[in-house]
Design a protein around this ligand. Structure first.
Ligand code: B12
Ligand code: SF4
Length: 521
């Protein structure tokens, strides 16, 4: 009996950007008595159904974008007599769908780290339950990934997680609802062991698959202090101290290690934190800028971001600390107007961003935006292949429309075209060349141009492309460039590398003026 873990994708490139972390976490959560699970990442190559035998167990992890392909695989595997188990964010939100359309015997809702072993045992007994609640496991129960099973020389970046959950509540995001608002940070020992294992294997680019690396803000500390909430204050200070301790240990790794994370722009308030990031070789971060207007920020419940000149200063603060920013912007917010596009392009250009992405507001399941949109669509009779637009992920890929939230002042086509023109402008040769000036050598600058163009091209699939011809063109382009690009990211394996020892640190804390007294030390 084999255990297969399948990451579905309708396109395969032979090579991929980031390791799908869940594959290697669930592999590690598989008890030894089941043997080594077989990870299959379809972004590399499609699953071969003929290898699946009666009695095998096939675990399939889905997000909304790859759910339909996951269901195809589930049905195929079930026809071949395997037990089929679904998990992942989409299965967590729509367990019934995987059971009725994906051939699932069982669905795991939430984290798989702990419950996976029970599911496997139940399958072995021939009695899986339809639904398992994995819940939100404590950070101390996070399972470190089994990187010994990762195929060699296929990925540019590996992925390690240092925090699950985010205290914010942005309207377009499902993370705070599924992963919760309490940051769960595993001990630095586990994180360091994984990273060292990856360096031993020849990875030096590591994406931190974090929801929000800046888990505690100075405002959080200030509020807890002001409310006299000592317990909360101590908890927050401990979380903050853990961040600094982790970063101090990351700084002890070989200096050519490159980390990339996701973070709110609030971190710009905290130079000590940015300094620690620089020392830890966190060279880049995705920052959700979302909107350059106060109204836009309000639309998405993100008023903790800044707009106007303060915004440019905040973004530049990262660059001043040598942290490159991938700025993420959303178009199609209710308060957006035609002039918002040019204003956004201007900010993206003047804020020293290294890369930027411009996405259109998409109502993802599990979000506040989705619930609202679903309600407004109740009376919409439109169907594609009999499927209502509110279940767009079930529409075959070739016919699937790009979903736009209805806008009070612009048509979807206008939003699409204007978004496209901002992409074209930001990634025009002249602007990329200008942005590459932080690199000294001509070779470095030319490589930067190549990477910028690849990024822009690859993004066409998940970002703004709407017609299948364009997606096919982008896919061909990306496939052609993927291999040479991967070579840029490969590194010499370091089999002898040891895990840096724990460090004791003094957590730098700016004194906060709280109604005349300084509470936080
Ligand atoms: C890192 C990350 C990325 C990275 C890397 C993706 C990759 N290849 O791994 C990048 C930046 C490339 C990325 C891109 C995108 N992402 Co993303 N990403 C994340 C993030 C922050 C962490 C994912 C992760 O690795 N977690 C660590 C692993 C261990 O956790 P996990 O995947 O949840 O798996 C656990 C459980 O779900 C469960 N489980 C998972 N699978 C299975 C399977 C079985 C059988 C079982 C039993 C259990 C199980 O057990 C696991 C261990 O507990 C999540 C947020 C989140 N908190 O999930 C968003 C998230 C998954 N991304 C999201 C989105 C929207 C995207 C994009 C579409 C963004 C865009 N507009 O382009 C693209 C899509 C890319 C693609 N085609 O896959 C959404 C998905 C929403 C949805 N309903 O589908 C999320 C939830 C963020 C959000 N804002 O809401 N992403
Ligand atoms: S978008 Fe970012 S900051 Fe907002 S809730 Fe999601 S993870 Fe948190």
């Amino acid at each position: 009996m084999n255990v297969y873990l399948v990451n579905p994708s309708h396109v395969s490139f032979g090579t991929s950007v980031i390791t799908p972390r869940w594959l290697y976490v669930l592999a590690a959560a598989t008890p030894a008595s089941f043997g080594d699970p077989i990870p299959v990442d379809e972004t590399l190559s499609p699953v071969d159904p003929s290898r699946i035998q009666r009695g095998d167990i096939v675990g399939i992890g889905i997000h909304t974008g790859n759910a339909l392909r996951g269901y195809q695989i589930g049905k195929l595997a079930r026809q071949r007599g395997a037990y089929v188990i679904f998990g992942g964010i989409h299965a967590t939100l729509y367990p019934e769908e995987a059971l009725s359309l994906g051939g699932a015997h069982a669905v795991v809702k939430g984290d798989g780290d702990v419950v996976w072993a029970t599911v496997l045992e139940d399958c072995r007994r021939g009695a899986p339950e339809p639904i398992y609640s994995g819940g939100r496991v404590e950070a101390s129960d996070f399972v470190p990934a089994r990187w010994d099973l990762v195929p060699r020389n296929r990925y540019m970046w590996a992925s390690v997680q240092t925090v699950r959950g985010c205290p914010k509540h942005c309207s377009f995001c499902s993370v705070w609802r599924t992963d919760g608002q309490h940051p769960r940070q595993p001990a630095s020992d586990m994180i360091m062991e994984e990273i060292v294992q990856l360096r031993r294997l020849g990875f030096r680019y590591i994406a931190l698959a974090d929801d929000n690396f800046y888990s505690v803000t100075l405002t959080d500390l200030q509020l807890a202090s002001r409310h006299g909430d000592t317990r909360r204050l101590e908890e927050l200070k401990a979380l903050r101290a853990e961040r600094f301790e982790l970063m101090a240990r990351l700084a002890l790794l070989p200096s050519d290690t490159v980390f990339f994370t996701q973070i709110t722009m609030e971190a710009a308030e905290d130079p000590a934190f940015l300094d620690a990031m620089r020392q830890a070789n966190i060279k880049g971060a995705l920052v959700g800028v979302e909107s350059v207007t106060p109204e836009g920020l309000k639309d998405v419940y993100k008023s903790f971001n800044l707009a106007g000149p303060g915004l440019v200063d905040r973004l530049r603060a990262f660059r001043i600390h040598d942290i490159h920013v991938l700025g993420s912007f959303i178009f199609g917010l209710p308060s957006d107007r035609p002039e918002t596009f040019a204003a956004t392009a201007e900010v993206a250009q003047s804020a020293d961003l290294t890369f930027a992405q411009f996405v259109t507001l998409t109502p993802f399941p599990g979000t506040i935006d989705f619930s609202r949109w679903e309600k407004t669509m109740e009376s919409d009779p439109r169907r594609i292949e009999g499927i209502p637009l509110t279940r767009h992920w079930l529409i075959p890929q070739a016919l699937r429309p790009k979903i736009f939230s209805p806008h009070p002042a612009m048509s979807s086509e206008e939003i699409r075209l204007r978004t496209q023109s901002v992409w074209e402008r930001f990634y025009s040769l002249g602007f990329i060349w200008k942005r590459s000036r932080f690199l000294k050598s001509l070779r470095g600058r030319l490589t930067f141009i190549l990477i910028s163009k690849i990024y822009r091209q690859m993004y066409a699939d998940t970002g703004i492309a709407t017609d299948s011809a364009r997606i096919a063109r982008s896919t061909r382009w990306a496939r052609w460039l993927a291999k040479p690009c991967r070579a840029l990211f490969s590194a010499r394996p370091m089999p002898g590398l040891q895990v840096p020892k724990p460090v004791t640190i003094d957590v730098p804390v700016r004194f906060l003026q709280v109604e005349g007294s300084c509470h936080v030390k």
